[in-house]
Design a protein around this ligand. Sequence first.
Ligand code: SAM
Length: 339
Amino acid sequence: MNNNSKHTENSSGPLIDKFNRKIDYLRISITDKCNLKCVYCTPEKALKHFNTSEILTDDEIIRFVKVAHRHGLSKVRITGGEPLLRKNITGLISAIRDIGIHDLSLTTNGLMLASLVGKLKDAGLTRVNISLDTLDADRYKVITRGGNIALVWKAIKAAESAGLTPVKINIVPIKGINDHEVEAFAALTIDNNYHIRFIEFMPAVTGGIWASDKYVKSGQILKKISALGNLEPFKFRGTGPSRNFRLKGAKGVIGIISPLSDHFCKHCNRLRLTANGRLRPCLFSKETIDIKTPLRNGISDDQLERLFLQSVKAKPKGHGLKDKQIRSSPISTMSEIGG
Ligand code: SAM
């Protein structure tokens, strides 16, 4: 057991790590495959994907979530790759919900969402984040290398109608590509109850388009949005990394997520589980903990619990990336980790 945490092995209370952070959130990447190849997320040259046998099965994921739930895990986000490509996605969601995870969300590019939204809601999904990095159909095709923006809007409307609200829309502003659309995205919140979340461009993917001069600091994003009117701080339930604001009189919310310029490590409550079964204590961790091999070698629940606690213990105080490193050390692929 981790001597540095305030949690005992049999405890079902919150799991507090050695930096006094409550760890209750798991992001699970359920596939590294995607039906888009966004320029900021995936290199142009095809990635080598995991074989199906290398990916955690539904039962393995469910078993791990059960163990983590006993230690206070209460919030799960399903991501990828594109999570809706996974077979039996509704069955997996419903099984995770049955464990007692009532905050269960999904990050998707939305292309396949419209027709699935009802089933996902019935299975127990509570919210969706939809990635949309431009409002222009041609630019969408370029950024995603071929995507059809009409399907994304169909998904946004379908999610609203199904009550998967508030619909959150993720945009990664990148200099010279879509940063001139920041104001237009923010303006969407005036008449719509969307949460528009601006995420700082991170140095992901070796061989991708990352360059420090393409990175837009959250301060610059806020400055652009302020031109539209008064931005009032907005308190939203939950403990996510986003700093939230509302334009005076607007229906929706603007969220700013600044992993680099103003990193939120102090409040980080999450672990990540990669598609191939590795626990990643921090998005930028070099060290990961393999749970797939032990799971396939007949590990007991107690031993699995220890691996979970070990990954909590391995959570660093901060990602530790200084500006210079940010320029030089991209993390591996987002599609494997899930963002
Ligand atoms: N396919 C799904 C989607 O498109 O939302 C889920 C996977 S995607 C890797 C999850 C999130 O990571 C998306 O919102 C995406 O914008 C974000 N992301 C990917 N690469 C990023 C980068 N280099 N910097 C910041 N965010 C990134």
